[in-house]
Design a protein around this ligand. Structure first.
Ligand code: CDP
Ligand code: MG
Length: 137
């Protein structure tokens, strides 16, 4: 069993896609074990994207993630990390396969609707950051 972090970015919340994205996760057989709608503090977002510090899109993605409410979701199941990554699709929606969230619902890399943890270590770090209060075991 693995637990991974999904963020529905402000563009996804603004487009009323919380239900559509969550529906896909649940239909896959994954369990939502943590869920919150929040205005993310800048410090949380900057720490979340720490691996990208210094890259040309770092400030822009931090601006975007703090531009409105996000949904933070902890998702659990067998191979949850890889399963969710695959469901979200390639970072650039133009390269994301049809059938993925980004391939079906997004058009631009700056507004690619979701984040999901890239591997188990990232998931552990990110879940602690977004759910400091902890999650059910
Ligand atoms: O989200 P994912 O792990 O697929 O991609 P990433 O390479 O870790 O980049 C994090 C986020 O930065 C992306 O989801 C985009 O929102 C943003 N980004 C961007 O705006 N322009 C780029 N050239 C690369 C990433
Ligand atoms: Mg990433």
């Amino acid at each position: 069993m693995e637990t991974t972090l999904v963020l529905i970015k402000p563009g996804g919340v603004a487009r009323n896609l919380i239900g559509e994205i969550t529906r896909r996760i649940e239909l896959r057989g994954l369990e939502v074990v943590g869920l919150k709608l929040m205005q993310a503090p800048r410090s949380t977002v900057e720490e979340h994207y720490a691996e990208h510090v210094g890259k040309p899109f770092y400030q822009g993605v931090c601006d975007y993630l703090t531009s409105g409410p996000v949904v933070a979701m902890a998702v659990r199941g067998t191979n949850a990390v890889k399963a969710v990554r695959a469901m979200m699709g390639a970072t650039n929606p133009i390269e994301a396969a049809p059938g993925t969230v980004r391939g079906d619902l997004a058009l631009s890399i700056e507004d690619n609707l979701t984040h999901s943890s890239s591997d188990a270590e990232a998931a552990e770090r990110e879940l602690k950051l977004w759910f400091p209060e902890g999650l059910p075991r």
